[in-house]
Design a protein around this ligand. Structure first.
Ligand SMILES: NC(=O)c1ccc[n+]([C@@H]2O[C@H](COP(=O)([O-])OP(=O)(O)OC[C@H]3O[C@@H](n4cnc5c(N)ncnc54)[C@H](OP(=O)(O)O)[C@@H]3O)[C@@H](O)[C@H]2O)c1
Length: 282
């Protein structure tokens, strides 16, 4: 491996990968959408050099906006990954592509395994699944890593929003009927880097989230508690009270079995990761 090329490097996950340069002895080169638009096939070909590991963190992630902008979402989430896979195939480079729990229906009660049937319920989920399938067609040994509920605690992610609401409001209503695995972007980035370094035994589809499950309500209460605020200020509500353009999965925990079987270090429990994230924000 001569270098690691991170696309979407100004996003929350891409940014965390660049921050881990000290953990590897090859350069991590990050490109934002202004330097490399992954929908531009020629540009992608020019950036992917032989001997690279490409980690694709670029995506159209606006889940609600995607419902009325399928064309753009498909270009970024499906055509872009196809371009990257083609360029990697030509250059003999590896591709690690980040995907999502939204490829599943989200209607069951046990964690999803990598070979469970997909059935996306949103435009975002459908375009991300199309990206996975496009990659498989062009570069079968590419490594697709599905994750979920990613936060850093800055900008507009869920944890950052709860921190802001804790300061601005007496109480906040959060849904109790959606279950998932909150995942700290720094932990996921470290996991992706381990995969880039070790190859993960050649596993082609992997799930990576912090361990354990929570509802958004649980996560909100843990954020309040973590900053010394009264968690009772977080009040329960149901998804029916928060209708959004794209339906959210009721259950989208991802099983860590594939990650462990690939010899990769399991990501720690979400509560520990959140504690660390909040401490770092201070
Ligand atoms: N966040 C979550 O909860 C979550 C959950 C499951 C899976 N994921 C997956 O995790 C990955 C990383 O997500 P994230 O949370 O880091 O998202 P993010 O913060 O929205 O970052 C995505 C990045 O992609 C870039 N991008 C958009 N269009 C592009 C294009 N045509 N060419 C190149 N770059 C482009 C964006 O750059 P601009 O801002 O310049 O457009 C942005 O910096 C994605 O694959 C996402 O689907 C995220």
């Amino acid at each position: 491996m001569k270098r690691i090329l991170v696309t979407g490097a100004r996003g929350q996950l891409g940014g965390r990968l660049l921050a881990l340069q000290d953990l590897v002895d090859v350069p991590i080169v990050g490109v934002g959408s202004d330097e490399l638009d992954i929908t531009d096939r020629g540009a992608v070909d020019a950036w992917v050099e032989p001997g690279s590991v490409v980690v694709n963190c670029a995506a159209y992630t606006a889940v609600d906006a995607a419902e009325s902008d399928e064309e753009t979402a498909a270009a970024v989430n499906a055509t872009g990954p196809r371009n990257l896979a083609s360029a990697c195939a030509r250059a003999g480079s590896r591709l690690i592509h980040v995907s999502t729990d939204y490829v599943f229906a989200g209607d069951r009660a046990v964690p999803y395994e990598t070979d469970d049937p997909t059935d996306p319920q949103t435009v975002y989920g459908r375009t991300k699944l199309a990206g996975e399938l496009a990659i498989r067609e062009v570069l079968p040994d590419a490594q697709i890593v599905r994750t979920a509920w990613v936060y850093t605690g800055v900008g507009n992610d869920f944890v950052a929003t709860m921190l802001r609401l804790e300061r601005d409001r007496d109480t906040v209503q959060v849904v109790t009927d959606q279950v998932g695995s909150p995942t700290y972007s720094a932990d996921l980035a470290a996991g992706l880097l381990e995969l880039a370094r070790t190859g993960g035994g050649g596993a082609t589809t992997l799930h990576a989230t912090n361990s354990g499950t929570a509802t958004w309500f649980d996560l909100a209460r843990a954020v309040f508690e973590g900053v010394g605020a009264d968690p009772a200020r977080v009040r329960p509500c149901s998804s029916a009270e928060f209708v959004r353009p794209a339906p959210r999965p009721a259950y989208s925990a991802l099983s860590p079995a594939s990650w462990v079987a690939a010899g990769l270090t399991p990501l720690r429990p979400w509560q520990d990761a959140l504690g660390d994230a909040l401490a770092r924000l201070e």
